[in-house]
Structures are given as C-alpha cells and as structure tokens.
Write a protein that binds this ligand. Structure first.
Ligand code: COA
Length: 136
C-alpha cells in the first residue's frame, strides 16, 4: 500500500502510536495524552500513514516568523530507507519558509545532512524540574 502523508492530527490513535514508538525503542516517556497534547500544540505536524497506521511522524515548533525547531522525527524501523523521513521533512519545511530551522540529533547526522541540514554551533540543554513533570 502506498504511504499517504497528512498534516492533520485528527484520527491519530495516540495509544497505538505510543505502542509503536515503544516497540521501536523511540518512546520518550510521554503518556498517550501528553503525546497528543505536544503534537497538537505544534506549529506543523506531518504523519506518514500506511492505511490507518501511523508509520512516521515529524513536527515543528515555530514562532511563525524566524525560528523553528524540529522534533519527533521518526520512521518505523521496517519502513526506513524508502524516502519517508525525507518527505516528512520536506512537508514540514514547506510551512517554515524564511525561518531558521534548528534541531538536535544524537546519531542521525547523515540523514539530516542528506536532507540539506548542516552543523552549526553546539546544542545546549537543560531540563527544568523533572522530565515530563507537568499536567496531563
Ligand atoms: C532518522 C530517520 C527518521 C530516517 O528516516 P527514513 O525514512 O529512513 O529516511 P529516508 O529514507 O528518507 O532517508 C533519506 C536519506 O537520508 C540518509 N539516511 C537515512 N538514514 C540513514 C542512516 N541510518 N545512515 C546513513 N544515512 C541515512 C540517506 O542518504 C537516505 O537516502 P538513501 O536511502 O537514498 O540513501 C529514521 O532512521 C528513524 O526514525 N530513526 C530512529 C529515530 C531517530 O533517531 N530520529 C531522529 C531523532 S533526532
């Protein structure tokens, strides 16, 4: 079946998506409700669908003017190296024209470089309080 791309979060089964991420060792600990809240609060989301199953995600946080940040970039293991990640990034970036788009990666530099990103500066981080210690 052909992969279909959508920017709509409606119809996403968040419990099923969390299970797929966990199975792929890419679950960062959010509950299904927290996951939905974080995606819905994003500037733009892209989902890759195989039928009614989400097999890829990408989302961007943005001020809509000059700065954006990409997170939750994921293609399910058995669907990798078919151009799905690249397509999701393209669809995200279409909504980010004129903006400086930043992201952090531990080990996927080659993928992002293949998609036109280059290294600049150093990523710094701080977790305020305890990870995921917030409502929901
Ligand atoms: C990173 C990730 C999203 C890439 O998704 P994908 O759908 O496989 O990517 P694509 O097929 O669109 O790859 C596009 C190009 O990126 C490069 N690329 C992708 N994965 C690569 C890898 N593991 N090693 C080297 N190059 C890679 C290749 O040049 C590829 O083109 P090619 O297949 O024609 O050679 C996927 O590997 C993934 O979900 N990884 C686990 C989660 C993760 O680490 N996400 C990033 C967090 S920052």
């Amino acid at each position: 079946m052909a992969i279909v791309y959508t920017t709509s979060s409606d119809g996403v089964d968040w419990t099923r998506l969390k299970a797929a991420l966990a199975e792929d060792h890419f679950d960062n600990g959010r509950t299904a409700a927290q996951m939905e809240r974080s995606f819905r609060a994003s500037y733009r989301c892209v989902y890759a669908l195989d039928g009614d199953r989400v097999v890829g995600t990408a989302r961007a946080l943005s001020d809509g003017v000059c700065n954006a940040y990409i997170v939750d970039m994921w293609t399910q293991s058995s669907y990798r190296r078919r151009g799905i990640g690249r397509r999701m990034l393209e669809l995200l970036c279409q909504a980010l024209k004129g903006q400086h788009v930043y992201l952090f990666t531990d080990d996927q530099q080659d993928f992002y470089a293949a998609c036109g990103f280059s290294q600049r500066g150093a990523g710094l981080e701080r977790i305020v309080g305890r990870w995921l210690e917030n409502e929901g």
